[in-house]
Design a protein. Structure first.
Length: 257
């Protein structure tokens, strides 16, 4: 059964993603937890598969235009996918009743990830400027990219947040000479296998709601389409600080949840 309120939420989040480029997990997961009362583990697991599906289309577009650096994608994935699987196994093992009983650690991780995402939104340009001035030339240090992947794998698997704004900011910092469009395309391409593997891991652990997933997708796909077309008409100087402030408030709420 389709839940119209959840479909409307999917549409709104999809429109914001289309407008700002920020990953839906930053908004969708806390919305499911705080507004709809969805169990944190189920919210994270469902949102991961939601992200894998919605980001596949964007990856296909970037790949067809040649704006994906597959070397960076492979380096990120070589760290993130094992990290995501290991995180799920460890959490499942540490809590006798499974990942469903890890509510406090999931909500705390989600809150921290949201605050880090807000910081990435606010300070992205400053970080990029610093990286361009110092030019660490991380292309010759692939282990740094793998390490970023490990960190993203942990955050994404336990909170569903991090593959968007945090991933892009880290890549801007590591590869300041790479065109922005290739940074975005590479981050998007990496997010698909990461969220898919982590989402399937949550499904195996029993924390995916398929009816909820269908309701969200029904609204988010047209929302992303509309938001993408309106993006050029709305000032980013207004959108990003507003979104960052909202993420800080929601993140703080989840930390003390």
């Amino acid at each position: 059964m389709v839940d119209l309120a959840q479909t409307l939420s999917g549409f709104i989040v999809g429109a914001i993603v289309g407008l700002t480029g920020v990953g839906g997990g930053s908004l969708m997961t806390p919305l499911l937890v705080l507004l709809f009362g969805i169990h944190p583990a189920t919210a994270v697991g469902t949102d991961l598969l939601y992200a894998a599906i919605t980001k596949s289309g964007g990856t296909w577009v970037h790949a067809s235009k040649g704006t994906v650096d597959w070397r960076i994608v492979r380096l990120l994935a070589s760290g993130s996918i094992p990290s995501a699987l290991a995180t799920l196994i460890v959490v499942h093992t540490l809590f006798p009743g499974g990942i469903g009983n890890a509510t406090k650690i999931i909500t705390a991780a989600l809150g921290v990830a949201l605050i880090l995402t807000a910081a990435a939104l606010i300070f992205r340009q400053r970080l990029l400027g610093w990286a361009q001035r110092h030019d660490p030339d991380s292309a010759h240090h692939p282990w740094k990219t793998v390490a970023v992947g490990v960190t993203l794998g942990f955050l994404v698997s336990i909170s569903s947040v991090g593959a968007g704004a945090l991933g892009v900011t880290a890549l801007f910092f590591l590869y300041p000479k790479l065109p922005a469009i290739r940074i975005v395309g590479s981050d998007l391409a990496h997010a698909v296998p990461l969220t898919l593997v982590a989402g399937l891991g949550h499904w195996w652990l029993g924390s995916v709601n398929w009816s909820l997933l269908g309701s969200l997708l029904l609204g988010s796909l047209p929302g992303i389409y509309l938001g993408s077309h309106l993006a050029s008409r709305v000032s980013e100087r207004i959108l990003r600080p507003t979104l960052a402030g909202m993420l800080v408030l929601v993140g703080g709420k989840l930390i003390v949840f």
